[in-house]
Design a protein around this ligand. Structure first.
Ligand code: HEC
Length: 134
């Protein structure tokens, strides 16, 4: 009897651990997908999902404008914000890290960005578009 309870508890722990792993994987789109997006589709997704909070210029809305995101200095942020040439979460600015941040959202020095539920192709298209914003 005791062993059944222990076995049941182990199974529960295992399934919790496995679902945590799966969540981790869905946070990271495969690199070959993320670098092969379509910028025209990405522009439509951006206009539908991001423009309330982000301009395509250096203008600040709730979040920073996306111009220059993939440039050497990153996007233009309000004075005093300390991310430098990294993302708010401290990661270097590259396709995978930007895609991961868009999916996860978060709260750093400026304001809260809600997680964005987008599939891998939509994320790739968005990245391709964001790279055109200089
Ligand atoms: C409800 C408002 C909101 C929406 C919608 C939103 N964001 Fe954000 N986003 C923010 C805020 C606020 C920040 C700044 C977070 C911080 O630094 O504290 C941010 C930060 C970012 C950053 C990091 C910028 C930097 O400083 O390096 C990127 C990239 C980004 N958003 C992309 C997107 C994209 C792409 C979309 C659309 C799919 C999107 N966001 C939708 C509010 C939003």
């Amino acid at each position: 009897m005791r062993y059944h309870i222990i076995a049941a508890l182990l199974m529960m722990a295992l399934s919790v651990a496995l679902s945590a792993c799966n969540r981790g994987e869905t946070q990271l789109p495969p690199p070959e997908v993320i670098t092969s997006g379509n910028a025209a589709n990405g522009e439509q997704i951006f206009n539908a999902r991001c423009t309330n909070c982000h301009a395509t210029t250096t203008e600040m809305r709730l979040g920073p404008g996306m111009a220059g995101l993939f440039g050497p200095n990153g996007p233009t942020r309000p004075p005093g914000v300390t991310y430098g040439s990294n993302l708010p979460n401290g990661q270097p600015i590259n396709e995978i890290n930007v895609a991961t941040l868009i999916r996860s959202g978060g709260q750093w020095e400026i304001a809260y960005m809600p997680p964005q539920s987008l599939d891998d192709q939509q994320l790739a298209d968005l990245i391709a578009y964001l790279k055109t914003l200089e």
